[in-house]
Design a protein around this ligand. Structure first.
Ligand code: NAP
Length: 264
């Protein structure tokens, strides 16, 4: 089975579409003819992207400026998605913090759990019944290589990504033969236009980065084939294997030392 073909009525949803990997996913889907629902907080950036993609690819692009970490804002979006013909859902919005948990803003750490984990669960549950009924659909979940191992100084983020990594791969197993594809994108470092990365970039060697455009292309290709997991780039693949199969007592020390530097 392949992904639903784009129609005038169906939509591909991309959360976190206002920058980085989300913008690249939106462009990749638009280039394949999908009309879009673009979700993030910065509605002005989404509106600019919607205009650009409409002009370039002749698709329809709708904007939903929603704070996905806020349950009251998220609920109407989930209701809307449950009622519409959603061909593809890209659960991509996510943020990270670095440093010892006790020194971070604990309210923001709670928001990260809502955004990175609970919102992914909510929106997936919203679209799943419709996709099963239509016996077609694609659910992409952007997890992270950071979800493969314990990472001191990145505690909430790595734990939230462990949830979505496992959620995605477990759900995929349940949905075999239903026509609904589920793919996990679990990248290492992906170069985006996020200003935070400029500083971080100096601490991560250049050869480790891959581009957001390349990531988006191979990810949508993988979703079309119902691949279990996409890890873009050879170096990230190596890091990912070490994280998945290395002893956790060792990976937590090695990763913790590296992330401590990122937090400084
Ligand atoms: N880039 C990497 O190296 C890398 C590696 C592994 C995993 N990832 C994962 O890839 C995904 C995208 O990351 P990125 O690097 O492209 O980051 P990014 O450029 O910072 O983009 C994050 C996106 O999430 C949206 N977002 C943040 N908080 C939100 C909220 N409360 N409600 C709704 N939207 C929100 C942002 O839009 P607004 O600010 O407009 O809301 C933005 O569109 C994330 O899940 C991240 O964890 C990235």
């Amino acid at each position: 089975m392949s992904l639903p073909v784009p129609t005038a009525d169906n939509r591909a949803v991309v959360t976190g579409a206002s920058s980085g990997i989300g913008t690249a996913l939106a462009e990749e889907l638009a280039s394949r003819g999908y009309s879009l629902i673009l979700v993030a907080r910065r509605g002005d950036l989404l509106a600019e992207l919607a205009q650009r993609l409409t002009d370039r690819y002749g698709i329809v692009a709708e904007v939903r400026a929603v704070d996905l970490s806020d349950r009251d804002q998220r609920a109407p979006l989930a209701e809307e998605l449950a009622a519409r013909d959603i061909a593809i859902l890209c659960n991509n919005a996510g943020v990270a913090t670095f440093g010892p948990l006790s020194k971070l803003d604990l309210g923001y750490e709670r928001d990260i759990m809502e955004l990175n984990a609970v919102a992914v669960h909510d929106l997936t549950l919203a679209v799943l019944p419709g996709m099963l009924e239509r016996r077609a659909g694609g659910i992409l979940i952007t997890g992270s290589a950071a979800g493969n191992m314990p990472i001191p100084h990145n505690t909430t983020y790595s734990a939230s990504k462990a949830f979505v990594n496992t959620f995605s791969e477990s759900l995929r197993g349940e949905l075999k033969g239903t026509g609904v594809h589920v793919t996990l994108l679990a990248p290492g470092p992906v170069r985006t236009d996020n200003p935070d990365q400029e500083e971080m970039g100096n601490k991560i060697p250049e050869f480790i980065w891959v581009t957001a455009a390349h990531t988006a292309k191979i990810t949508i290709d993988a979703l079309a084939r119902n691949k279990m997991r996409v890890v873009p780039g050879l170096i990230s693949k190596g890091m990912s294997l070490a994280g998945q199969f290395g002893p956790r007592s060792i990976t937590s020390v090695v990763a913790g030392a590296a992330y401590k530097k990122l937090g400084e």
